[in-house]
Every structure is written in structure tokens, then in C-alpha cells.
Write a protein that binds this ligand. Structure first.
Ligand SMILES: Cc1ncc(COP(=O)(O)O)c(C=O)c1O
Length: 343
């Protein structure tokens, strides 16, 4: 619903829609639907970064400790470096691995995980991280962007906050920016809503409507992307002309055992490397069905040479590949013809 102020006569009613920065009926519908994915309260935001900062900025103050992982969306490390550390918050950056996260927990206020992490697709055991966080008196937040609540339910595994960028797989059409945080604790939910109202990090009503409409196909999209991503990873493993192949669904992937326990769907992503930046760029240019773009989770396959940003610890020729909803055999054939052309 497009409205800035609502009709509001006389004394304000706390339950009514008052002003567009505090509430909107379209958000309400979207938040109810998102909440059902994890049996939680959902609070939506203008973008994934607006959701992420709504968790880390109000929760942490001078002297607090944040534990975050080396792999994952660089935005969290950038906020840590440029916004948190100058405020006197200690940031412990650890390898994206369950033992390292647990070992860093004592003394922390918040543990921040992205699992599967992107671009390297490491998987952290959410239940073990939650146990370590709670033993230390800390909260655990999980960035669930890659899997979405359909593929993985961090709150069921003990996380306190499940955050995601709705820009990616959740809305899935590469046509909007959105973020959400899901919680089961009413105090946390109220804090997130107050932060959103105070900072104005609100989702646009049209974006909320588009996202709500897109949820009807989330299951179809997520299953196809997950199946195609795995089929492609299996084919690449057989070919043997790429290195650093990662996919949580591959039986010999270091992430597989934990991923199998905690994920219902693998998500759309796989990662692999070609021997050089030039060869990786030539491969991307040779794909007919794959657009070179920096997002993922859309209905159309996208890929990028992740090393082009300099923000991730990956080889120069490392490609983050996001399977779309194309016919699986068509997409696998396209990737194979592109690899053959650049061989
Ligand atoms: C895992 C992950 N978390 C958070 C974000 C930030 O989301 P947004 O771009 O919607 O602000 C992104 C991507 O940009 C992401 O990939």
C-alpha cells in the first residue's frame, strides 16, 4: 500500500497505522509470510545491509566483542572495521569454521555467522555455534541469505537472530532490494522495529509487495536452483578441468557432513576456479545462458569472477556461480561448451 501518512483522527491509537516509517499493511503481510518460514517474528528492512546493521549497531557498545568469520559477505567486515572498531568494539575475525568460532566465543556479546558462507561455501555447525555463544552469554546471529528459511532454519538450531538479504534467493527476480531479521524473542523484535522506525531503514511498499508475490514461487525456485547447482558441481568434478570446486551437496566437500545435517536445500551457489583471471573472464564471456553479475539467487543464472573485488580470500580465477531456474541440462551444457571453448 502506497501511503506516507494514514488517516488518523483524534488521539493516536497505538495499534493503528500512523505513518509510513513505522508501519505499512504490505509489510505486515510480507512479515507474516516470512515469519511462517521459521515460526518467528520477521522485521523487514530496506536492504540486507539495513537488516545487518539493525542487528550489530544497537546490540554492541564500547568494550563489547563481536566474533565474525573471514569468509562471507564483505559488508559485515567493512562495518566492523569502519564503524565498530572506532567505537571501541573489539572485532575477532576468525576462520569460517565451527571450532574457530566456538573458541572465540568466551567474552563475546555477539557471534555473527554466514553459513553457507559466500563465496567459499564453508559451512559452520549452527547448533554447536549456538551452544558456544550461549555458554559465553553471547547471542548468535546467522546470515541465512544463501539458503533462505526454506533451505535452513537457524532459529530451530539455536540461533537468536536469523537475518537475510531478500535481494537474493528470497525474492529471486533480481528486481528489488530488501532485508529481514527473524527472531522468536519479543524484546529483540521490538528493538529491531524501533531501530527501523528511528533510522528510517524501511522497505519500500512496492518492494514489499513484489517480495510477497515472489514468495509463492520460492519453493519451486529454490528446489530447481539447488538441484541444478548440484548437477553442475557433479559434472565439474567429473571433468576435472577446474580447481577449488565447492558445493555443500558434494559428498566429498569438507562442508558436506554438517550441511547434510542442517540444510534441507543446498541453495543456488557453487564455486570453482580456473587457472587465471583472464581464463575466468573468457569463460564468463563464452557462456550464453549466464549473465555476469554480482548478485545471486535469481531466476536467471549469474556468475562472477569474485577476485575482481579484492574483498575475498579466493584465487584470481575463482568464480561464484549461481544456478537459476533454467532447464538443468541446458545450463550444464552451456557451462561445458564455455569451458571447452576456453580450454
Ligand atoms: C550473504 C549476504 N548478506 C548480506 C548482503 C547484503 O544485502 P543487500 O545487498 O540486500 O544489502 C549480501 C549481498 O549484498 C549478501 O550476499
Amino acid at each position: 500500500m502506497l501511503a506516507a501518512p494514514y488517516h488518523l483522527r483524534g488521539d493516536a491509537d497505538a495499534a493503528a497505522y500512523v505513518y509510513g516509517r513505522y508501519g505499512n499493511p504490505t509489510w505486515t503481510h510480507l512479515e507474516r509470510a516470512l515469519g511462517e518460514l521459521e515460526e518467528a517474528e520477521a522485521v523487514t528492512f530496506a536492504s540486507g545491509m539495513a537488516a545487518l546493521t539493525a542487528v550489530v549497531l544497537p546490540l554492541l557498545g564500547r568494550g563489547d566483542v563481536l566474533v565474525a568469520c573471514g569468509d562471507g559477505y564483505p559488508g559485515v567486515r567493512e562495518i566492523a572495521r569502519e564503524r565498530l572498531e572506532p567505537l571501541g568494539i573489539e572485532v575477532r575475525l576468525v576462520p569460517t569454521d565451527t571450532e574457530a568460532v566456538a573458541a572465540a566465543a568466551p567474552g563475546a556479546r555477539l557471534l555473527w555467522l554466514e553459513t553457507p558462507s559466500n563465496p567459499r561455501l564453508d559451512v559452520v555447525d549452527i547448533a554447536a555455534a549456538a551452544e558456544a555463544a550461549h555458554a559465553a552469554g553471547a547471542l548468535l546471529a546467522v546470515d541465512n541469505t544463501v539458503a533462505t528459511g526454506l533451505g535452513q532454519r537457524p532459529l530451530d538450531l539455536g540461533a537468536d537472530l536469523s537475518m537475510l538479504s531478500g535481494t537474493k534467493s528470497l525474492s529471486g527476480h533480481s528486481d528489488l532490494l530488501l532485508g529481514a531479521v527473524l527472531v522468536r524473542d519479543a524484546v529483540l523484535a521490538e528493538g529491531l522495529r524501533r531501530w527501523r522506525g528511528q533510522t528510517g531503514a524501511v522497505p519500500g511498499p512496492f518492494e514489499a509487495w513484489l517480495a510477497h508475490r515472489s514468495l509463492a514461487t520460492l519453493g519451486l525456485r529454490a528446489e530447481r536452483q539447488s538441484d541444478t547447482g548440484l548437477a553442475l558441481a557433479r559434472r565439474l568434478r567429473e571433468r576435472g578441468d577446474v580447481s577449488d570446486l565447492r558445493h555443500p551437496g558434494l559428498e566429498d566437500d569438507p562442508s558436506h557432513a554438517v550441511a547434510r545435517r542442517q540444510m534441507a536445500l543446498w541453495g543456488p551457489l557453487l564455486g570453482f576456479a580456473l587457472p587465471s583471471a583472464e581464463r575466468a573472464q573468457a569463460f564468463l564471456a563464452a557462456c550464453a545462458l549466464v549473465s555476469e553479475a554480482t548478485s545471486f539467487g535469481g531466476v536467471h543464472a549469474t556468475a562472477e569472477r569474485r577476485g575482481r573485488w579484492g574483498t575475498d580470500d579466493v584465487p584470481e580465477g575463482f568464480i561464484r556461480f549461481s544456478a537459476g531456474c533454467e532447464d538443468t541440462a541446458d545450463l550444464v551444457a552451456d557451462v561445458e561448451q564455455a569451458l571447452d571453448r576456453v580450454a
